[in-house]
Design a binder for this molecule. Structure first.
Ligand SMILES: *Cc1c(COP(=O)(O)O)cnc(C)c1O
Length: 420
């Protein structure tokens, strides 16, 4: 099936795997030797201090996962049963599921082509379609900051709270400010595939002391100050372990190094794809500095061979001079490297099929269905459902920061062959 044989890589190159440096083990051992094998200890205090300093926020609360941080963010924001919540559409499901944990109803806002994040024009449309909405959940996909000023201007105009999901973008900046510090509440993740990792873990970021105290209390089972277990509120077991915090503590000094490596990978791909009918995942080079967590490409429409994706399986028809994400992912896998399709937009997910979806021209549901059966375009001549279009033509490339230039060249070679 492959258009050209390329020598497989001796060692598998992953999409994005943990990169340890040694200090992690030392801090974990310290937790062990001092017997702080618990959700209390020096590592937790230190990672909270280091991250709040890095982000520039007053408080960083260490939690068991980015998803727990997002859950407590939704609760803190005051999302109640039946509340509409505007959410990024092209993102990982963990951005959105916590809205539902609190009884909120996600309405998905379409993506723009400039940064692959929430479209401020569509967000404005959404406030007209769903007046009175008070919550916006924004993610920065693949480490690229979205159109923060525009999004915040729209949210402020309607008095809505912004919850920022910076799980993928730790270390990325917009106008010199760290992502995670733009929303009323920010969330980050230390999952195993993120730019730095604790194997798991996450944090909630805020400037508000009262909010930070509430989150700390909720995350440790909401215990009241009494001699016995006294509870006035529902609690959660969401606090970060001091052992995990040891791993995070060892990783933090290497954040900038990881970003530099990821940036070099992005630039090597960009250079290696010269002359191909593809572009890399775009960013606003004037106002933002991504962390380059994942390198992605998108194929020009005219260079796409036929590709159909069912619920769980893809099909494509190979064609000379053209390719598609399925063919490229197969070719990359055949040489022992891991790519991945673009995160499938939430409005296309069976679980969220009945939820609202707003494009830059308004209610997107009816028009989206038209796109499946023929290709609805907007007044500007571009596809109306931007998320679906990027999902159709784009893919995530192997972006592991331990990948050598030689390994990456082999990956570039096999991708170039797809267009022969
Ligand atoms: C990884 C991720 C999360 C969830 O973080 P966990 O630590 O895995 O729970 C949330 N949102 C986005 C965009 C992510 O990529």
């Amino acid at each position: 099936m492959l258009k050209k044989q390329v020598q497989p890589l001796e060692k598998k190159v992953w999409l994005s795997s943990p990169t340890m440096h040694g200090d992690e083990l030392r801090y974990m051992q310290e937790a062990y030797e001092t017997n702080w094998m618990s959700t209390v200890g020096a590592n937790i205090n230190e990672v909270e201090r280091l991250i709040s300093e890095k982000i520039g926020c007053n408080y960083a609360v260490a939690l068991s996962a980015g998803t727990s941080a997002l859950h407590l963010a939704m609760k803190l924001a005051g999302i109640k049963q039946g509340d509409i919540v505007f959410c990024s559409d092209m993102t990982f499901s963990a951005t959105v599921n916590p809205v539902v944990y609190e009884g909120g109803v996600p309405v998905f806002i379409d993506t723009e082509y400039d940064t692959w994040n929430m479209d401020p024009v569509a967000l404005e449309k959404a406030f007209q379609l769903y007046p009175g909405t008070k919550f916006v959940v924004v993610a920065h996909l693949y480490g690229t900051p979205g159109k923060i000023d525009e999004l915040k201007a729209v949210a402020n105009k309607y008095g809505a709270i912004v919850i920022e999901d910076a799980a993928e973008s730790l270390g990325a900046t917009y106008k010199g400010v760290q992502t995670g510090h733009f929303g009323t509440i920010g969330c980050i993740s230390f999952n195993g595939n993120k730019i730095i990792t604790g194997s798991s873990g996450g944090m909630l970021l805020t400037d508000d002391e009262e909010a930070a105290n509430k989150v700390r209390k909720w995350s440790t089972q909401s215990r009241e100050n009494a001699p016995w277990y006294q509870h006035e509120e529902i609690g959660y077991n969401y606090r970060m372990s001091n052992v995990i915090a040891g791993v995070v503590r060892g990783q933090i000094p290497y954040l900038e190094e990881h970003i530099a490596q990821k940036k070099a990978i992005y630039e090597r791909y960009e250079e290696g794809f010269k002359g191909l009918p593809v572009t890399m995942n775009p960013f606003d080079s004037v106002n933002s500095v991504p962390n380059f967590w994942l390198s992605c490409l998108i194929i020009n429409p005219e260079a796409m061979c036929q590709q159909v994706r069912g619920e769980c399986e893809p099909l494509f028809v190979p064609e000379d001079g053209k390719s598609c994400p399925t063919e490229i992912l197969n070719a990359v896998a055949a040489i022992n490297a891991e790519g991945r399709p673009i995160w499938k937009p939430m409005h296309m997910q069976p679980i969220y099929r009945m939820n609202g979806f707003v494009t830059r021209e308004g209610n997107g549901r009816a028009k989206t269905n038209a796109y499946i059966s023929g290709g609805a375009v907007g007044k500007d001549g571009r596809p109306l459902d931007v998320g679906m279009d990027i999902f159709h033509r784009g893919l995530c490339l192997p972006s592991d920061n331990k990948m050598t230039a030689e390994e990456q060249n082999r990956i570039i070679e096999v991708i170039r062959a797809c267009f022969e």
